[in-house]
Write a protein that binds this ligand. Structure first.
Ligand code: DC
Length: 225
């Protein structure tokens, strides 16, 4: 079974998707990390983020792999071209580069193919922007997670601090708004809720509350399978 969790940056998607996967014993796929890995690889090779053709060469030929840290039940390490990019993909310059990179149709096609292949391995919680609309339109559980921009910026700033990434609340808020605008208005697979998704606004909800709601929806879907 696939549980699709989509939503904008900072909506709590990653934490909630991981907790949900952990509670249900499902695997977990972070598709944003895949777009980020392409952006890191392009930067390292000196490829322009607007050069769809060259970006496609990377996305089509260099599969992205995930790995586990010693103490983690779910994979959080990311590799491309045999090189670990786990920390690099979270850097502020990659935050900025990843939206234009992910807007190329050819890059999306290559990564969607990879995402469908990976998820054949079993039950998965898959998080991203187009999981319920494009990657797995038949997923039995689809969640569209939102939160207001200020709350999302507060969460992302705190996360950056934990990761030792220098950032200011104002800068993060500005960047989130720019990315929301870019991701929601791009021509290919824009960030929108699927018609049959359950929309949850996490601004005033705890991580645990939202996780339990999704786990409940998944159990109901399992029972009716
Ligand atoms: O979830 P994230 O912030 O790590 O995602 C990084 C970027 O990748 C985001 O700006 C939009 C893009 N993305 C996408 O277009 N489609 C996905 N399924 C996942 C992420």
């Amino acid at each position: 079974m696939i549980i699709a969790i989509d939503g904008p940056a900072g909506s709590g998607k990653s934490t909630i998707a991981k907790n949900t996967a952990h509670k249900l014993g499902f695997r977990y796929l972070d598709t944003g990390a895949m777009y980020r890995a392409i952006a890191v690889r392009a930067r390292d090779l000196g490829i322009d983020f607007d050069d769809g053709e060259q970006l496609c060469v990377i996305a089509c030929n260099e599969p992205i792999e995930f790995g586990f840290s010693d103490d983690e039940p779910l994979p959080s390490r990311v590799f491309i071209a045999q090189k670990e990019v786990t920390d690099e993909i979270r850097r502020p310059e990659i935050d900025k580069a990843v939206s234009p990179v992910s807007a190329h149709r050819s890059v999306r096609k290559a990564l969607v193919d990879q995402q469908r292949k990976i998820s054949q391995l079993g039950d998965y919680v898959v998080e991203g922007r187009d999981i319920g609309t494009v990657v797995f339109p038949d997923a039995p559980v689809k969640i569209f997670l939102t939160a207001n921009a200020e709350e999302r910026a507060r969460r992302r700033t705190a996360q950056n601090l934990e990761r030792d990434i220098d950032s200011s609340y104002e800068g993060v808020l500005q960047d989130l708004r720019a990315r929301d605008q870019y991701d929601s208005s791009r021509a290919v697979s824009p960030l929108v809720a699927a018609d049959d998704a359950v929309t949850l606004d996490s601004t005033m909800m705890t991580i645990d509350y939202v996780t339990n709601l999704i786990v409940e929806l998944a159990r109901q879907a399992q029972a009716s399978e």
